[in-house]
Structure formats: structure tokens, C-alpha cells
Design a protein around this ligand. Structure first.
Ligand code: PGA
Length: 251
């Protein structure tokens, strides 16, 4: 049985005061939630403040990227151990915005995943196709490329720290959600790939989140699909009320 994992991805939003104010409002709203794991990915500068603000709650805090080296002459970069040191539990790696704007490749995703696991962080690894790729019938090819190469070299035993996020690029921030059927189809394919790569047990226990315009109005039908095990939520995670409603989809 996979426990759903619903994570917010705040992207380049919220300063320290805004992050703290969110936590104060949000923590009591999800206080009684036991059956869903909750996370929020925040910009680096507010990481420690958000961890402190959520102290005593079950909300996990995460970063939105990391570098793969531990230390050294890499101006501007942040090491996974530093993210852990700030009290974070997870890091989002390979988001399509990083692939699109910041030169992220499967190879850098793979290096970052190894470094994050080595440091003791959990990972949300993102994959997903663009509209042109979907229209050219390349969805499976693209997500296979992201998944297989992003996770290359990992042992099945390392997969218990990894969540996959399927995020069709055309559904991110556009208000266009994949239909539950479209999402389920890709999730089932991703699980099949996990099985081929890591074996049946790992495939059955690895959580696959859907991301792309998830909101209170569509989360239930998405979560009802057998291979959708959670959500990675951008816009609708910025307000405590809407994110709490998403997290409490089954109550
Ligand atoms: P969205 O973003 O919910 O605003 O579409 C999702 C994401 O990019 O993780």
C-alpha cells in the first residue's frame, strides 16, 4: 500500500515572512491528517525559517534543486548536505522549468540524485513531455528517457527514498490538467518501466505523483486512479486554504 505524498512546489515565490505566515495558517489546518504525507518545496533562503515554522508538525520541507558536489569552488551552488543541515527532508530534482531554463539534463539529474541520496535526502524526480512531444506521439519515449536515464545506476534498495513526479509540461501553470485517464496511462507506463528496471516489489512501492494544474476541484478524480499516488502542486500550493483542501482530498 503506497501512502499518498502531496507536495507543494512554491517555485520562485514567498519570502521568509510570507513562508512563516503560510506555515502558521497551514499547520493547524492539516493537523489531523494521518493518511497523507505532506511536503513543501521552498526557495533556499527561506528553507531554515520554514523548517522552524513547521517544527512539531508533520509537514516536511524540501528544496527545489541542489548541486552534486559536497563543497569546493562552485560559486552559487548548494550541496545536498547543506540542505539537510537546514533541516529539510527532501529535494525536487529535474523539474521541467530547470530543464527548460537552466540547462538541466538527464545526466545532471542523475548526478544530483546520487548526491542527494548520499547526503540522506529524499528525492522527488520530475519527468514529463511538452505539448509538441505529446502531439508527435512521443510521450512514452520522453518519459522513458527521463526516468531510465535519471535513475541510471541506482539499486532497487535506494528507490525507497525516491518519488517520481509525472508532470506534463503543457499542464504546468496553464490551468490545463491532464485528464485522469491521460495521467493514469502514463503513470501505469512509468510503473511498468520501474518494474523492468528495479523489479516488481520496487515498482509496487514507489510513489508516482501527478503534477500540472492540480487544484481542489480536480484532485479527487486524479487520486482515484490506481497508479496516481500523490501530487506535486505549484500554483494551488501558495494559499493555505487551497493546499489544505488538496491534502485533505479524501476526507
Ligand atoms: P502548477 O505547477 O500546479 O502551478 O501547474 C506544478 C509544478 O510545476 O510542479
Amino acid at each position: 500500500m503506497r501512502k499518498p505524498f502531496i507536495a507543494g512546489n512554491w517555485k520562485l515565490n514567498k519570502n521568509i515572512a510570507e513562508a512563516r505566515a503560510f506555515a502558521e495558517a497551514f499547520a493547524p489546518m492539516v493537523d489531523g491528517v494521518e493518511d497523507v504525507e505532506i511536503g513543501i518545496g521552498v526557495q533556499f533562503v527561506a528553507l531554515k525559517s520554514l523548517v522552524d515554522a513547521f517544527a512539531g508538525s508533520k509537514v516536511k520541507v524540501g528544496a527545489q534543486d541542489c548541486y552534486w558536489e559536497e563543497s569546493g569552488a562552485f560559486t552559487g551552488e548548494i550541496a545536498p548536505a547543506m540542505i539537510l543541515d537546514a533541516g529539510a527532508a527532501f529535494v525536487i530534482i529535474g523539474h521541467s522549468e530547470r530543464r527548460q531554463y537552466f540547462g538541466e539534463t538527464n545526466e545532471t539529474v542523475n548526478k544530483k540524485i546520487f548526491a542527494a541520496l548520499e547526503a540522506g535526502l529524499e528525492v522527488i524526480m520530475c519527468c514529463g513531455e511538452t505539448l509538441e512531444e505529446r502531439e508527435a506521439d512521443k510521450t512514452n519515449m520522453v518519459v522513458k528517457d527521463h526516468l531510465v536515464n535519471g535513475l541510471a545506476g541506482l539499486a532497487p534498495g535506494q528507490m525507497n527514498k525516491i518519488t517520481i513526479a509525472y508532470e506534463p509540461v503543457w499542464a504546468i501553470g496553464t490551468g490545463k490538467t491532464a485528464t485522469p485517464e491521460q495521467a493514469q496511462e502514463v503513470h501505469a507506463y512509468l510503473r511498468e518501466l520501474l518494474e523492468r528496471t528495479f523489479g516488481r516489489e520496487t515498482a509496487q512501492t514507489t510513489r508516482i505523483q501527478y503534477g500540472g494544474s492540480v487544484k481542489p476541484a480536480n484532485v479527487r478524480e486524479l487520486m482515484a486512479k490506481p497508479d496516481i499516488d500523490g501530487a506535486l502542486v505549484g500554483g494551488a500550493s501558495l494559499e493555505p486554504e487551497s493546499f489544505a483542501e488538496i491534502v485533505k482530498f479524501n476526507s
